[in-house]
Design a protein around this ligand. Structure first.
Ligand SMILES: Cc1cc2nc3c(=O)[nH]c(=O)nc-3n(C[C@H](O)[C@H](O)[C@H](O)COP(=O)(O)O)c2cc1C
Length: 171
């Protein structure tokens, strides 16, 4: 799909068919995330690819029981890993940079999924300790977002946005 078409057609998809997502598509999504910019190109984030049904169930439960998370055949979990950029950026690594690295990588992945015709939905609320445990992640990784991905079983309406007049201030 052409970039702007992807951008304007993407919507959060919360219903998926049982059809597995081909590993080559997952790889394309991960490669797209890997092209995201990052502070000093240090890529201070990690991605855990969860396909195990039991783990997906636990992720869904800890995401305020949003059970559609478990229905997606693949859930990508994005973690900030400030240790990867702390030496260069000190305190800023923990406060801002690693969080931004993980966030923009997830955004790239979400757009890539849309471009491939798949459905995905950003999940931003969950029990951090549970997500870490499910993903076998060390204490130092900060879970930022979950991205369940699957073949779409719904085509939700495009959601409205603020006008640019409201959103932007021009100086
Ligand atoms: C930081 C963040 C957290 C979100 N958390 C959730 C969530 O927990 N559950 C959910 O269904 N959607 C979640 N969303 C998706 C938003 O609800 C969605 O992007 C918004 O309603 C606009 O709809 P659209 O993505 O279809 O344009 C989240 C999105 C962001 C960026």
């Amino acid at each position: 799909m052409e970039f702007f078409e992807t951008l304007y057609q993407r919507r959060s998809v919360r219903k998926y068919t049982a059809q597995p997502v081909d590993p080559s598509l997952v790889k394309q999504i991960l490669e797209a995330a890997n092209r995201a910019p990052s502070a000093g190109n240090l890529q201070a984030y990690e991605v855990v690819v969860v396909t195990d049904a039991g783990r997906r169930q636990q992720l869904a439960e800890t995401s305020f029981r949003q059970m559609f998370v478990a229905e997606a055949p693949v859930v990508l979990v994005f973690f900030a890993n400030p240790a990867r950029c702390r030496e260069r950026y000190g305190d800023l690594a923990d406060r801002l940079l690693a969080l931004q690295d993980a966030t923009i990588a997830c955004a790239y992945a979400e757009l890539a999924a849309a471009a491939l015709g798949l459905g995905a939905c950003w999940i931003g609320g969950f029990g951090e300790a549970v997500v870490r445990e499910v993903c076998e992640a060390p204490e130092s990784w900060i879970p930022i977002a979950l991205l369940p991905i699957g073949h779409r079983a719904e085509q939700p309406e495009l959601q409205p946005r603020r006008t640019l007049e409201d959103l932007c201030k021009y100086l």
